[in-house]
Design a protein around this ligand. Sequence first.
Ligand code: FE2
Ligand code: FE2
Length: 336
Amino acid sequence: MKYPKTQFAKAFHEGDRVSSPFLIKYSAVMTGKTGKPYMNVVLTDKTGDVEARIFDNVPKYHSQAVKDTYVQVEGNAQTFNGRIQILIKDLTVLREDEVAAEEYVPVTTLNPEKLYAELKEKILSMKDPYYKALMEAIFIEDEEIAAKVKKAPAAKSMHHAYPVGLLEHVVSIFNILEFLAKHYEPYINRDLLLLGGLMHDLGKIWELQYEKTTDYTTEGRLIGHLVMGVELIEKKVRELESKPGRLPGPFPTDHRLLSKHMVLAHHGKLEYGSPKEPACIEALIVHMIDDLDSKVNAIRVFTELDNATGSWTLLNRQFERFFYKPEWARKTPNGQ
Ligand SMILES: [Fe+2]
Ligand SMILES: [Fe+2]
């Protein structure tokens, strides 16, 4: 028997009684001011997340309210600091076959096959035989990479944090890069610029795990997507060089270094995790367009999911400001 999904994370109002299954995205035991333990929980489903608290029977629920577990939640919705929070009264762990898994992954209207076809088309339009061969080896000839790119989100929470988000981000970026390559012709190397757009975040397919909820992998925490991207470039260049006749000549040193630099410099500043600051125009452009595309997406999604009624959103903690809501994002007091 499947537990029917009757209520959704983004549709609660103050005073609602809660009785519905959810997937646990995060849980932690905290200590209150009186020294009594309580639990901080984030419940999720296809509409998004809602915060929850457990104040009673913490030792009992501690072992049940575990990340990536489906649970039937009984409780009430209340407002705390202007945000909806579920006060959990009871919780039952559900088996995987008791829920319809598609109700718990964010819905995406993105078409990964169509986006991937656009990505391939761009690669096939590259002129430089070395950059082109490297991109073909990674995105066209490596099936494991293609399969992961068609699924991965671009982040855990900051931007494009939903299935296929990484591919959406990459395709969006390289359409802008294509325009800029023409705009700044002949001072820009178009193929290097596109390579930067394609490669900059590719390490995220291994930095994150995204089977149910999204989180960092051990490799992601210890190495990170910049270094993972560079390692992949080195590995693929060596493989290409070992195949007789695959390249017109030895992979040029400057191509090898510049490809890696595009990945290493894309966070722009040392304090944002870049081991190198952009040292060529192409790397600077990729950094700035990456920053632009991720911010535009983050604000769009935040505005779309925001529950506040009226013309202003609740406080956005990432940007530390309120955003003015356009007509399409406004909600009436009854949540329609
Ligand atoms: Fe990045
Ligand atoms: Fe990015």
